[in-house]
Design a protein around this ligand. Structure first.
Ligand code: UDP
Ligand code: MG
Length: 325
């Protein structure tokens, strides 16, 4: 079994994670071909099929029949967007590696601008959204909140309003491959790696067809991964909150004793007692939950399972090469 990843050397690798994208993938392929053919360098299009239940993979196979720039990386199930990107990077051989969504919300035409910056010597060129078209108010609002919470809670600077659409130099990709962590927040890892990074700005288009694969639950997971992978601040919060609440309790005790000593009534009130009980117990449980987030991640790391499993890697032009990750 030959490892075709290493026999093929290209200038650009484009990674396209896809999960049930049959409605858009033909157009995405066409637009990408158009852009990449104009780049003046060899390239490969790595379509990572993240356990789609529709015809996405079959369609890529079809494109690959007559096109040897197409690679289909078929994962054994749905591992999630971030791991699909990771798998793509492991198989990419390009001097520059580009990650782009399958739904054409990230215009492929920007790749040429990114490559220009890369040629000027930047190692990472990420695309910053200055405007989002056609997304619900809730999505815009929650995304904006997400980036700002993340910025406030982490020490390394992760650019705001920036998704995974970016170009990375081979050096950056090699460093990323050395980071084995499980609950990956790829754009944070890219910031962490460093090197010379720059942004280009763009207006994010509407999804061409199909529906978002990031429902609220997944967005929360991504947000927690982002924060937990790059910050201890939530854990420290327990200490600060505890100190604050103890102080408040202590002050209240002094007040209650004062009332008892200097007036002929005692501080009373079951209602306030119960409320405080509920609030404090709530705070304790929330803090336990936060600790749980970290413990769960430690558990994931100790299990040291592979990040993803490849069912098959098909390289276009009639070659087939099933291989293990
Ligand atoms: N995606 C994936 N696996 C998943 C969910 C999403 O590979 O489990 C891909 C999806 O096909 C798309 C990209 O990740 O190419 C971004 O997803 P989507 O457009 O649904 O997210 P949104 O733009 O709404 O945040
Ligand atoms: Mg999208």
């Amino acid at each position: 079994m030959t490892d075709q990843r290493n026999t093929k050397q290209v200038r650009y690798s484009v990674i396209i994670p896809m999960y049930n994208e049959e409605a858009v993938i033909t157009e995405t392929y066409r637009r990408l071909k158009q852009v990449m053919n104009g780049m003046g360098g060899s390239y490969e299009l790595i379509f990572v099929n993240d356990g789609s239940k529709d015809r996405s993979a079959a369609m890529i196979r079809e494109f690959g029949r007559s096109d040897d720039t197409v690679m289909l990386l078929d994962l054994s199930r749905n591992f999630g967007h971030q791991l699909a990107i990771t798998a793509g990077m492991d198989y990419a051989s390009g001097d520059a590696v580009i990650v782009i969504d399958a739904d054409l919300q990230d215009p492929p035409e920007l790749i040429a601008d990114m490559a220009a910056k890369w040629q000027q010597g930047f190692d990472v060129v990420y695309a910053k959204r200055i405007k989002r078209n056609g997304e619900t108010l809730f999505k815009k609002w929650s995304a904006s909140l997400f980036y700002r919470v993340l910025r406030a809670s982490t020490e390394i600077s992760i650019p705001v309003d920036t998704g995974d659409f970016r170009l990375m130099d081979r050096r950056v990709v090699e460093e990323l491959k050395r980071l084995p962590e499980n609950n990956r927040f790829v754009r944070g890892l890219v910031s962490w790696v460093g090197f010379r990074q720059t942004a280009i700005e763009y207006e994010r288009d509407e999804r061409l067809a199909g529906v978002t694969k990031y429902p609220l639950k997944r967005m929360i997971k991504l947000c927690l991964d982002g924060i937990a992978s790059f910050s201890y601040k939530p854990l420290k919060l327990a200490g600060y909150l505890g100190a604050l609440l103890s102080l408040a309790g202590f002050l209240f005790l002094i007040y209650a004793i004062g009332v008892k000593l200097f007036t002929d009534t005692v501080a009373k009130g079951w209602t306030s007692m119960i409320s405080l009980q509920l609030i404090f117990n709530g705070v304790i449980l929330i803090m336990l939950g936060i600790i749980g987030e970290y413990v769960g991640r430690i558990y994931d790391e100790t299990k040291a399972r592979p990040l993803y499993i490849v069912r098959e890697c098909v390289i276009g032009g009639g070659l087939e090469d099933p291989q293990d990750p």
